[in-house]
Design a protein around this ligand. Structure first.
Ligand SMILES: NC(=O)c1ccc[n+]([C@@H]2O[C@H](COP(=O)([O-])OP(=O)(O)OC[C@H]3O[C@@H](n4cnc5c(N)ncnc54)[C@H](O)[C@@H]3O)[C@@H](O)[C@H]2O)c1
Length: 412
């Protein structure tokens, strides 16, 4: 089959993207036929692995799957100009830094970003143990050059010229801890790291993963304001994991095709402030009141599910890394000129009376191009009540973060 033509994959139902791709060579038992090129353009999951260039194009994806995926995420404008597949490969030209790269999220995230052909340079920073992570990762034959930086004296060099900075530095939640229990330690870590970002790469997209995101993003905003470099379009709280979980749980519950499902999740990133808008799910799906209640609560408490299952060994790292990699990939695609990039993220916002709010946004070269307000129109009674109920908690977390950054004090 010619590389440019659509490819048909055999896909089992309720499966992961990885297994979608690998299933091509497997038997067709209980399989569903997908036209890859059309379906994957709309797929909201991480696509970058399909980009990884191997000399022979004989990667684990298979040549046709990779080609179809490449085409599915190439901006429309470029497709018309392509004469051969050589022109389809994106240029590996962006620099990404991970601060907290030796941690549970940081290591897995570094691996996923190392697989992106959009990344020419991957800077890994931590206060300890990052040299080994970088040495290990640098042996993967993908384009990104991996460079390690340890300790405060190397932070400035890590950040110079970087396009996207991802911050998963901090301590994770342990059983019995709420996200707010993390506040004192992580607030201080984020404050220090964002000061360095302001001094060394003020134009970078900043992705905050360290919890409590509801407060650490306002802290970061205040730090950037104090340094005179705040651009609200480029500061993001990473809430992608809430969307990833919503998509997974709803796919399973309603036996939908994974590749079609996309659920906006708005509000914040802790407990009841996480509000999945099931009435706005794609594809349009009917839920009973019980299903709405069950799914909403599961999505809101999914972090606790993992914390308890890990029984003291940390919080979500693998799914978080996957979600963060998707958000990095979306940001790089937007910076690279793809005009069709939408993600849910926690940003400065005027969609409600709260100064920060997670919603779908359109991403562009300079960050947030538009907040998508339509998701908040025509909410169900359940969603409208949940939206009002989350506001006091989210407001308090925002104020706590701002007060901390302005005065260096904890108000809670
Ligand atoms: N946004 C989300 O959806 C989400 C999901 C899961 C976890 N998290 C949060 O992500 C953070 C990291 O979680 P983890 O499981 O990777 O923790 P971890 O303890 O495994 O890793 C944290 C890393 O940060 C490093 N670190 C600490 N202080 C630092 C500093 N000043 N500069 C640079 N690095 C520093 C540590 O050395 C460690 O390597 C936690 O705050 C956790 O709550 C967020």
């Amino acid at each position: 089959m010619a590389a440019a033509s659509a490819t048909t994959l055999s896909v089992g139902s309720a499966t992961t993207f990885g297994s979608i791709l690998s299933s091509k060579s497997q038997s067709n038992t209980s399989a569903v036929k997908y036209n890859t090129r059309n379906y994957l353009r709309n797929f909201s999951g991480l696509k970058a692995e399909a980009f990884v260039r191997c000399e022979s194009e004989s990667s684990f994806l298979g040549r046709e799957s990779a080609a179809a995926l490449r085409q599915s995420i190439t901006p429309n404008a470029q497709i018309g100009k392509q004469k051969s597949w050589n022109h389809v490969w994106p240029q590996a030209s962006y620099k990404v830094a991970i601060l907290g790269a030796a941690g549970g999220i940081g290591q897995s995230l570094a691996l996923l970003i190392k697989m992106s052909p959009l990344v020419s340079s991957l800077h890994l920073y931590d206060i300890a143990n990052v040299k080994g992570v970088a040495a290990d990762l640098s042996h993967c034959n993908t384009p990104a050059q991996v460079v390690d930086f340890t300790g405060a004296s190397e932070l400035a060099n890590c950040l110079k010229g970087v396009d996207v900075v991802v911050i998963p530095a901090g301590i994770p939640r342990k059983p019995g801890m709420t996200r707010d229990d993390l506040f004192n330690i992580n607030a201080n870590i984020v404050k220090g790291l964002v000061e360095a970002v302001a001094d060394n790469c003020p134009d970078a997209f900043i992705h905050i993963i360290s919890n409590p995101v509801n407060s650490t993003v306002p802290i970061a905003a205040e730090v950037l304001k104090q340094k005179g470099v705040y651009d609200p379009k480029k500061l993001f709280g990473v809430t992608t994991l809430d969307v990833v979980r919503a998509n997974t749980f709803i796919t399973q519950k309603k036996n939908l095709r994974l590749i079609d499902v996309d659920v906006p999740v708005v509000g914040g990133h802790a407990g009841i402030t996480i509000l999945p808008l099931l009435s706005k799910s794609k594809p349009s799906t009917t839920f009973t009141d019980e299903e709405v209640q069950e799914l909403t609560v599961r999505i809101q408490n999914a972090g606790t599910e993992v914390v308890e299952a890990k029984a003291g060994a940390g919080s979500a790292t693998l799914s978080m890394a996957y979600a963060a990699a998707r958000f990095v990939e979306s940001s790089l695609r937007a910076i690279d000129g793809d005009a069709d990039v939408y993600e849910c993220t926690y940003v400065e916002s005027n969609l409600t009376e709260l100064p920060f709010f997670a919603s779908r946004v359109k991403l562009g070269r300079n960050g947030v191009e538009a907040l998508i307000s339509s998701d908040l129109n025509g909410l169900t009674e359940y969603e409208q009540k949940a939206l009002e109920a989350l506001k006091p908690e989210l407001k308090a977390s925002i104020e706590e973060g701002i007060a901390y950054a302005q005065k260096g004090i904890v108000t809670a």
